[in-house]
Design a protein around this ligand. Structure first.
Ligand code: AMP
Length: 334
């Protein structure tokens, strides 16, 4: 079923250290297959809003230049992967400061106990950290991000479901206190996205150092794929594709016909893991080369990139002001 009128909101956190264009950018294959591709597919059914959560990144990011560069890198990456700024909204969270006003309104109706139960905060405490107040308050900012844009649908992984339930609670409470229709009550949609393994077989993650950056130049991409872990079965022996890391990765990117063909070759023998990796590289290269070209062009022109983000923010601000006008009138600050 399609809901062309419904608004779906996705936040993108620009984290980590700055990564150069030549090193393939900050986004990896796991981000692409597990987050970007499914999030962009939603545009077929919803009016999609994507924002770069730079103020969320500030809870951990202390390097101003890395933050600045990561915002541009993430914007260029999503645009290169197919985000169409004429049909969807893309902007920086920080460009619409109305979000902080709404966050304050919410802070005044949420019990601190609810924030103390937030699992990002509890995890930070359990890890022995002394979390900053930004981490404590982050579910409030997330609720404001969502509700400010009248979002109806918020696609989330299971890990974010609790924070989204808080946003829902806040919206329901606002409407209870100040009248139905003051804000739109968002609905979580738990998305099923694949978990992409890194070249060592563990979940692909920057913290494991096992990522394949999405926009690696062709030669470097091939070298990265050749590092995918495989066993030492001799070339001439038949090989079982199911459960083999190279085949798991291949299944995420190849067509069913290509998958079946590779499985036959592996089971027949006289076909090495190196050959399978070459196939994986070729399929990836065919899909990623046009994206890489767009990414590199966007990264080479930061002015144009900033212009796209500004134009997105101008449109987002119109929605934000409308919501805040409604909220201000309802709470008696108008
Ligand atoms: P991160 O930059 O690690 O916070 O990842 C951003 C988003 O990318 C996550 O919320 C996931 O949706 C997705 N993601 C990251 N790593 C993977 C992976 N190995 N497999 C699938 N999805 C991933």
């Amino acid at each position: 079923m399609t809901h062309p009128q419904k608004v779906s909101l996705t936040g993108i956190k620009p984290t980590g250290s700055a990564v150069s264009v030549q090193d393939g950018g900050s986004v990896h294959l796991g981000n692409y297959l597990g987050a970007i591709r499914p999030a962009l597919a939603l545009a077929a059914d919803y009016r999609c809003i994507y924002f770069i959560a730079d103020y969320h990144a500030l809870t951990t990011q202390r390097d101003a230049n890395a933050l600045r560069e990561n915002v541009r890198d993430v914007a260029a990456s999503w645009l290169a992967c197919g985000l169409d700024p004429d049909k969807m909204l893309l902007f920086r969270q920080s460009a619409v400061i109305e979000v902080f006003e709404l966050m304050w309104v919410f802070a005044c109706i949420v019990a601190t106990g609810q924030l103390e139960r937030g699992h990002a905060y509890k995890d930070a405490l359990a890890g022995g950290d002394s979390p900053n107040a930004g981490i404590f308050n982050y579910p409030l900012l997330m609720a404001a991000d969502i509700i400010l844009y009248d979002s109806e649908i918020v696609p989330v992984g299971l890990d974010q479901k609790q924070h989204l339930e808080l946003a829902r609670d806040i919206a329901v409470r606002m409407n209870h206190l100040y009248g139905e229709g003051t804000v739109v009550v968002p609905q979580p949609v738990v998305t099923e996205a694949p978990t992409v393994p890194g070249f060592d077989g563990r979940k692909m993650s920057k913290s494991y150092g096992n990522t394949i950056p999405l926009f690696l130049p062709s030669k470097a991409l091939r070298s990265a794929i050749m590092k995918v872990k495989s066993d030492s079965t001799p070339m001439e022996d038949p090989k079982e594709p199911e459960g083999a890391l190279v085949y798991d990765l291949y299944k995420l990117v190849a067509t069913p016909a290509q998958q079946a063909e590779l499985a036959v070759k592996l089971r027949a023998g006289n076909y090495g893991w190196g050959h399978a990796k070459q196939e994986l590289y070729e399929v990836l290269e065919a899909q990623l080369a046009p994206l890489r070209e767009r990414y590199q062009a966007l990264r080479a022109d930061p002015k144009q990139l900033d212009g796209v983000l500004e134009a997105g923010a101008d449109k987002a601000r119109v929605v934000a002001r409308r919501t805040l006008d409604r909220v201000r009138a309802a709470i008696g600050i108008d």
